[in-house]
Write a protein that binds this ligand. Sequence first.
Ligand code: LMR
Length: 397
Amino acid sequence: MFEQVEVASPDPIIGLTEAFKNDSHPEKINLGVGVYKDQSGSTPILECVKEAERTLLSQETTKSYLAIDGSPDYGRYVRELFWGAGHPLAGDPRVSVVQTPGGTGALRVAGNFLHKIFPHKKIWISNPTWANHSNVFQAAGVDTENYPYFDPAKNILDFDATLRQLESIPPGDAVLLHACCHNPTGVDPDRDQWQRIGEVLVERELLPLVDFAYHGFGDGLEEDAAGLRILSDVVPEMLICSSFSKNFGLYRERVGALTIVATNAKGAASALSQVKATVRANYSNPPAHGAAIVNTVLSSKELRSQWEQELAGMRKRINEMRRQFVETMQAKGANRDFSFIQAQRGMFSFSGLTPAQVDQLREKYSIYIVRSGRINVAGITPQNLGRLCDAIVSVLT
Ligand code: LMR
């Protein structure tokens, strides 16, 4: 039977890593998948994580199952990171948190939940968005539609077009918004724009689903939560899908959360019960190790402060690479102004490279970039910067 199965196309992001691994070029460069690299090009385990793992190794007493919705302590830390420890929503029973296997797991559980309770509602995703968003929702049975987001001519948010589309979405549909560090463009709404988006969501009775995968990679933990907080001040209900893959460097541990904000405790409890039924039918209960690391770090004053410093270090290195990339492209005589890359935030930038140019970079120079032109800026290092810029200049001309 399996011989007759049609071969699926490789994943546009993770598939690149497989191709990169098989490339024998000694100076190959991978700017595909969104994984942080340090100055030397490796993806380190954070020191605070190593320390937490030492503690866990000596103190952990069981490997028995977690609850279907995961660890309650973890849920508390997730909420505190979103809103700050003193904020009403950090402790309000109208909020429920479900620990999930990564941010993708959170999105999938959210998709299953939406499909189960509102089988005919759609979810609206930005154009462009993370390549996996439509896969995840369609696999969960939720149809996707696009709203315009990015102006490629000016490399800015096309806010008027975004708003126009939001204003015409049928009531009851969901709208996916990136809390910060928009993937793939690196372009986010400002505070006033978040406010306006919130007002339109309320007027149109739309359900926001906020994807929060890069908390701390933009301007800081507080700054990056601003959009989410503005929304939660005005909308009655929302879903938040978050991840510790990037800001704790816990990619392979699969540690994320689906947070439900309801109008009241009854709504939160009902929604939670349905989400739990979905989880049980899907993967039963979440893996424990990643969340135990997060709990251990965030419950210790020292480790938390070390984490914040390490996170700031990653953020600063990416921003420094943005600056050096722009400078080097200019110095090498690029026929295009790349200064917009410096204004963008998070791991990614939308370079404006065409699929043909991306293919050329891979075939001629063994440089791997997502075909949409998305560059993982966190993969640029002082060692590969010169070669990267030379190659881009050559494919541009
Ligand atoms: C990315 O966008 O590269 C990351 O979110 C990793 C992934 O799973 O695609």
